[in-house]
Structure formats: structure tokens, C-alpha cells
Design a protein around this ligand. Sequence first.
Ligand SMILES: [Zn+2]
Length: 386
Amino acid sequence: MSNCTKLVKTDECTQTRDEGYNNCSQTRDEGYNSCQSNYYNDCHWYSPWNCVAGWFCSAWTWISNIVCVGWTWVSNVVCVAWKYIVQVVCVLIDAVVAVVAIIASVIDAIAGFIGGIVAFIVDIFTSIPIIGRLIDWVLGVAKTIVWAIASIPDLIGTLVGVMPEKKLRLIVLIQNDERGNPLIIDRTVLYRAIQFVINTYREQVNVRVVPVQIFHYASTFADEQVANDNYIASETRINTPDLIDVCCDTCEAGENLIDRGSQFNLKLSIVAFWGGARRLTGYGAPIVAFAVRSYKDGKAGCSLGPLTDFVTVKFQDSDQGTPAAQLTSDKSLGAITDLGHEVSHCCSLPHKTDGDNMMNPSPKRSGRMTVWQKMLIRSSRHVTYL
Ligand SMILES: [Zn+2]
């Protein structure tokens, strides 16, 4: 069963139809009442004009009602037909993608290996403070623009509700502290944050959030993803505090151009090795979330948007009473949404001050997105068909 079909809601047509019929009946009854009070009540043998006018009034009300009911019926048929067309187009694209993705996953594995090596060499250059980092930013923006232009048909599809399944690759790296101990021991908080991204991206933009693995094939018709260790990487190195106690916004941008940006870029090269070819071209480049210990500015997560392929998050569990499967876009949730929020920044979404939206600057927030936000996400270079 394709997920496209679940996202297209035919009951919206039924609701509009029923409201339409109710409006028709209400207008009709008001019409007859007004004929009664304006004309029929004064219809006498000495004032025949009122009788004639009353008759016309009733006839007009009757015709208006027939037109109203007919129009509602036609609108409903068009509405339902349109929903079915959307579903058929969506499922057809899903089916084609499912077949092509098998070939793509083989090419991906070969290109992933060669690309991983080439990307590693490129990453050494883009890790050079200031000049290398600036080149990386420019490349990041250029790739974002190129793939956004290539996604114009998809933008139009999203606008009219045709959203065949796309994929987003995600890795969370648990960084170590100064003594070489992992910052996160109990991975439950990570599973829950990742599951929120999986659930929300499916519901809002029909995107399958997948891990970065060699020979990874996820059919568009496969079961839903479950957050597990495939999405999580760890490291053996010891980190200096500046890699785990970080900052946001201009501070982060400044640091990104020098030492911290260099080191994160090299970590990215290793942890997302199999996504190397994708990072080089930008198409389906994985997003890496570095788990950090603290923020000097009190934040809980940061992203430089399209400039880099990585974000930082201080993972904190919230909403422990909510089972992972129910961490969905329709609820008002706490810090467990931080990963999804930063990933969305990485897909070019800016803030939107609205607690009912994924891009509310701080929790509580839901995972909902506006049509424009959905269009931006689905045209991001991180969100692709193959
Ligand atoms: Zn934010």
C-alpha cells in the first residue's frame, strides 16, 4: 500500500458537500419565508400584484435551490475525481521510483565507495579554516539552488497535493567528552527524537527518513521506518570542549569558519562516508546531527541552514509519557522535537513563530508545516526520490 493514498483525504469532499447541501436548504427556506412575508401575506383580490410577485419569488427560490444543489453535486464529483487522480498519479510515481531505486541502490553502493574517497579528499580542502570553509558554504548554497530548480515540478505537485514518496538520509553522531566517554549512554532519547522525525516527515511531506548504509534499499511500498541503531553512529576519539559545548547563530557561523567547522566537516566525511557521492553532488546528501553537551547561549539545537550538511542538538527527553509511535505532528511536544526542527532548518526552513508549527523557535511545538514549508522541504537537496 502506497503512503500517497493515506495522505489524500476524500472525506474532505464529503464534508464540503454536506455543508453545501445545508447552505442550499437554508437559503431555500429563507427564500420561501421572505416570499411569504413580503408578498403572500398581502396577496388579496384588491392587490393581485403581490400574488404575482409572490409566485415569481417562489419560482425564483425554487430554481435557485435546484442550481445550488446541482452545483454542490457537481463540485463534489469533481472533488472526489480530483482526489482519485492525485492518488493514481502518486501511486504510479511511487511504483516507478520503487523499481528505479533498486538500480539506484546498486549504483549508490559503487558510487558511494568511490564518492566517499573523493569526498574525503574534497573535505580535507573544505576543512581548511576560513578559505576552505567559505568554499564549502558557497558550494552548499549553489547545490541547494541547483536542486531546488530541478525540483520545480515537485513544488507544483506539492501545491496541488501530489506528494509521491521522497527520502531523507539522517545520521546522529554521539560525540565523546574530554575523557572519551560518549555524551549519551541511554539511546532511548535518540530513538524517540529520530522516531518523531520519521513520523512527522511521513505525515506532513510523505518523506521516508532512512539511515545511511551501503546497499540500503527502501521500497516506496515498504513498511514504515523504525528508529534504531542504524541511524546512530559513535566515535572513539576524545573531544576538546569546544566541540561539545557549542553556540548558535553568528557565534556558530564564526566558529564554523574556523576550528569547529573544520573538525565537524571531517567528522561528517567519516560518519557519512557512504553518502560521499551524494554530498559531492548535493543530491540526497545525508544530514548529520552531532550530539552536543551544552550551548553557551542556552539554546538546544542549531543549524546554519543550507550552508552545511550538519546540525547540532542537545538531546533531551521530554513527553516521556508519549509512546514513540505517538510522537506525531498533531501534538504539542517538548524538546523531543528539537532534532526535527534542526533537520528542517537544514532543509532551508526559517523560523515561524507559531506553537502549532514545526518551526516555532522553541518548544512547545507541534510538527505541522504550512504548504509553503512543505514545498521548501520537498525541494531541498536533502530530500530526493532516489
Ligand atoms: Zn530554530
